[in-house]
Design a binder for this molecule. Structure first.
Ligand code: DX5
Ligand code: ZN
Length: 219
């Protein structure tokens, strides 16, 4: 069982309802990238605009917070009706407490790491999280090249989950996913895939999501 999370970062922001409608029947989750211009050199949604997307989304929403001081700044997001919230380990001073806060708000809690952060830094929190997000590009922008060198992180995370009987937890990859790289990430052990520009560049976005799903599993 795999999941495709549609990122709308490279969708047409002037017509989001229609852009989201194009993929609503095909994707499993809507992946919303929140950037504050500090943790990453780009700014997207603030809590108010994120809330309006969450409230109107036909798909459950996966919030990816690329924001500094995430322990504190996560608060308004815990009050929205999202399905999950990912916070970056690099932006946390107390990962365990913040993951607990997210879970207590009824959402799945995910710990994300940038390409330069070793996967070993996630290991102490395996019991506290519902998903590990291994970034396969430097966070900040869509349309970048997939960093294959991140695949050993995915494999090691999968090994830990299997060894500890924790395979109900998800491993997500985000950045540079296309028909080829999704297979690579699947074979490394990922089960949850963020797809952004590859879908919106396609003349048939819904069909592309379906295609990615079959490319991943080889079915
Ligand atoms: C990048 C974002 C991604 C981005 C992926 O910082 O976190 O979710 O939208 O876009 P693509 O699939 O184009 O790399
Ligand atoms: Zn993202």
């Amino acid at each position: 069982m795999i999941r495709i999370c549609q990122s709308i970062l490279n969708a047409n922001f002037d017509d989001l309802p229609n852009e989201i409608a194009k993929v609503a029947k095909y994707a499993d989750l809507l992946h919303l990238d929140i950037m504050d211009g500090k943790f990453v050199p780009n700014t997207t949604f603030n809590p108010q605009s994120a809330r309006s997307i969450v409230e109107n989304s036909p798909l459950p929403v996966d919030l990816h917070l690329m924001i500094s001081e995430a322990d504190r700044m996560v608060l308004p997001y815990t009050k929205m009706n999202a399905a999950s919230i990912s916070v970056h380990l690099e932006a946390l001073s107390d990962p365990r407490a913040t993951l607990r806060l997210i879970r207590d708000s009824g959402k799945r809690a995910a710990l994300a790491i940038k390409p330069g952060t070793p996967i070993e830094s996630v290991e102490p929190y395996l019991q506290d999280l519902d998903m590990i997000l291994v970034m396969t590009v430097e966070p900040g922008f869509g349309g970048q090249r997939f960093i294959s060198e991140m695949m050993p992180k995915v494999s090691l995370a999968r090994k830990w989950l299997t060894q500890n009987g924790l395979n109900e937890k998800w491993i997500q990859v985000d950045g540079g996913i296309n028909e080829t790289t999704i297979r690579e990430a699947f074979l490394a052990g990922a089960d949850t895939f963020v797809a952004g520009s590859v879908v919106y560049k396609s003349s048939d976005p819904g069909g592309m999501v379906a295609k990615l799903r079959s490319c991943a599993t080889g079915e």
